[in-house]
Design a protein. Structure first.
Length: 82
């Protein structure tokens, strides 16, 4: 299984995540909800349930995708993951 964050320094990850969270208006205290998504196939990312959750899963997905893009990494598809 390849890790999409292999070789990414922790500082670079933190900066990319902070910038992406700010772009999507995701409060700082929800950033740790995004971190696991960065290593998961997109097919396993949560989807919006239309239940008014805070934060909405779609926001978490958007922040994760933006973070990976800032790092020059691709979102992992199911077939690539394992």
């Amino acid at each position: 299984m390849s890790d999409p964050l292999d070789g990414v320094p922790a500082e670079a990850l933190d900066r990319a995540l902070a910038e992406s969270a700010a772009e999507w208006a995701l409060p700082d205290y929800y950033r740790d909800c995004v971190r696991p998504l960065l290593r998961m196939p997109v097919s396993q990312w949560p989807r919006c349930c239309n239940g008014g959750c805070e934060p909405c899963s779609e926001t978490l997905r958007a922040v994760a995708a933006a973070t990976l893009a800032r790092l020059g990494r691709s979102v992992v598809e199911q077939g690539e993951h394992g």
